[in-house]
Design a protein around this ligand. Structure first.
Ligand code: MSP
Length: 509
């Protein structure tokens, strides 16, 4: 049965810092899936937001000389601005300092308490503020967290969640639901972590104040990860009524998979709530081969790329460069090469050549493919069919599996094939000798472009829209359903003056 609802989430971002391409990347992936699902007629909730409590944010506010609230208001706004700048289509933006979230986090806490999964005790162990994570002695490497972050010794009264009791249930769940954690290699890491044994989890702190009070004992504030994970429920109206939960997909960075694939499902099981259907972990960006960090001064801001290369070029490059799930590297030179060879010289050139030939030789209207003496269009028809050989189910699976690079390269391959076809058929040569043939060639090229533009919409919404406008495609015929031949271009339709879509990038000296 076709699924009509889809709930997709990004991690919520710590407001200790300005957004960089690593942050934009996960949200972009979710945006592309959300757009694809909507274009497939599915009702979507796409959520992103900011994670505003905890010691790390409190410290950053103090360093900035601001109150935590003023500081989080300011930095959270930068993430909202990023959504706009990147043309993200999120339906909601949750902030953990909102009342709706606080209520929801306290409701989940109470539920776990009622169900007997929370108890008061003492915590003593290592804590890393940068990671907002507890570490066991055995996990430390040269006195630091395995991530390289500094740790401090913490001894305080704390509430605990009985995580150790969930080990077997989690393992059974992973076993029964092989798609729950992706990619496969990450799934294996999680399984071996859980097999290694789970300790009860400290879920409250008393040594600072910037957090959500524990219901019934306000001396304690909730551990920031307990608070943060609940955002996926609070944005859907929990505990009153939820309309989208369980989430279909949580996309998260590889560094925070453990919180999502171990702690979160355990909390949900303990509260008798349904589990998300899938958690997909993405890899990390390095920049020109180096780890991206403020101290190295090599942080790439998405807005800088947008200003330099254009918005859709930035969206395209980030998902095209390497397979989602793996680590990858940002290189300025590579970005120029990709933008020029695949967007300007390939897709852009195809659109430009075809539409200006139509404008000049076919009275600026969609040409006709009728009455051609030979079966010229067979090959082209097949090329256009490339898009249609894949069933909607298969395409949907590729999106759900986050195979962005593969999807993009298939579209580019089709564009290359169409460009090669122009060269081999040389429609301008047919102009005098066989004008009908010329029209048929141009018709199928234009129809191929229509399919390409429909398929590019999730990745490059503005540019795809411009191309569809140039083809006078009706606004209500732009979904994946409209790839079907029944919605092919209608000969005789008047077309506007062609405009360049993807300019060539010329490096400024
Ligand atoms: N606040 C937590 C998440 C809570 S979700 C309930 C958090 N925030 S974060 O701002 O530190 O990181 C947010 C996301 O950005 C993570 O998924 C992380 O993997 C991602 N990235 C941070 N740097 C990155 C790169 N260099 N490359 C790709 N993604 C990166 O963790």
């Amino acid at each position: 049965m076709a699924q009509e609802k889809f709930y997709i989430t990004t991690p919520i971002y710590y407001v200790n810092d300005s957004p960089h391409i690593g942050h934009a990347y996960t949200t972009l992936a979710c945006d592309v899936i959300a757009r694809f699902m909507r274009l497939s007629g599915i009702k979507v909730k796409f959520l992103t937001g900011t994670d505003e409590h905890g010691q790390k944010v409190e410290k950053s506010a103090a360093t900035a000389g601001k109150s935590p609230q003023a500081f989080t208001d300011e930095v959270s706004q930068r993430f909202r601005d990023l959504c706009k700048a990147m043309n993200f289509s999120n339906d909601d933006f949750i902030r953990t300092t909102e009342l709706r979230h606080k209520k929801s986090a306290q409701a989940l806490w109470k539920k776990l308490e009622e169900n007997g999964h929370i108890y008061l005790d003492k915590y003593s162990g290592w804590y890393s503020v940068r990671d907002e994570a507890f570490y066991q002695e055995a996990e430390l490497v040269n006195g630091k967290a395995p991530t390289g972050a500094d740790v401090e010794w913490v001894e305080e009264e704390s509430y605990f969640f009985d995580l150790s009791k969930w080990q077997e249930k989690l393992l059974q769940y992973y076993e029964k639901n092989p798609d729950f954690i992706a990619p496969e290699s990450r799934r294996n890491e999680v399984i071996s972590f859980v097999k290694g044994g789970l300790k009860d989890l400290s879920i409250s702190r008393t040594t600072f104040k910037w957090g959500i009070p524990v219901p019934g004992n306000e001396k304690h504030i909730m551990y920031v990860w307990f608070d943060a994970l609940v955002n996926y429920l609070s944005a859907d109206g929990f505990p009153d009524s939820t309309s989208f939960w369980p989430a279909d997909l949580h996309v998260v960075g590889k560094d925070i998979l453990r919180f999502h694939a171990v702690y979160w499902p355990a909390f949900l099981m303990a509260a008798n709530l349904p589990l998300p259907k899938r958690i997909f972990a993405n890899g990390w960006w390095t920049v020109e081969g180096e780890k991206m960090s403020k101290s190295s001064g090599n942080v790439v801001a998405p807005t800088d790329l947008i200003n330099e290369f254009g918005l859709d070029q930035t969206r395209y490059y980030l998902l095209r460069e390497f397979p989602f799930g793996q680590d990858g590297n940002f290189s300025h030179e590579r970005m120029i090469a990709v933008v020029n060879s695949e967007l300007a010289n390939n897709v852009g050139n195809l659109v430009q050549r075809t539409l200006s030939m139509i404008q000049k030789n076919c009275n600026g209207a969609v040409p006709t493919y009728e009455g051609v003496g030979r079966d010229v269009d067979k090959k082209l028809k097949e090329l256009v069919q490339v898009t249609k050989k894949e069933t909607p189910e298969l395409v949907r699976k590729k999106y759900s599996d986050c195979k962005f690079q593969e999807i993009i390269l298939e579209i580019i391959e089709m564009s290359s094939a169409l460009n090669a076809y122009i060269d081999s058929e040389a429609p301008w040569v047919q102009k005098k000798s066989n004008p009908q043939l010329m029209e048929a060639i141009l018709y199928y090229l234009a129809e191929g472009i229509r399919c390409i533009a429909i398929m590019l919409q999730p990745f490059m919404p503005d540019s795809a829209e411009k191309i569809l406008d140039l083809l006078a495609t009706p606004q209500d015929q732009r979904t994946f359903e409209h790839l079907k031949p029944a919605y092919a271009l209608k000969p005789g339709t008047k077309l506007p003056e062609p405009k360049a879509i993807f300019p060539r990038y010329i490096e400024k000296k």
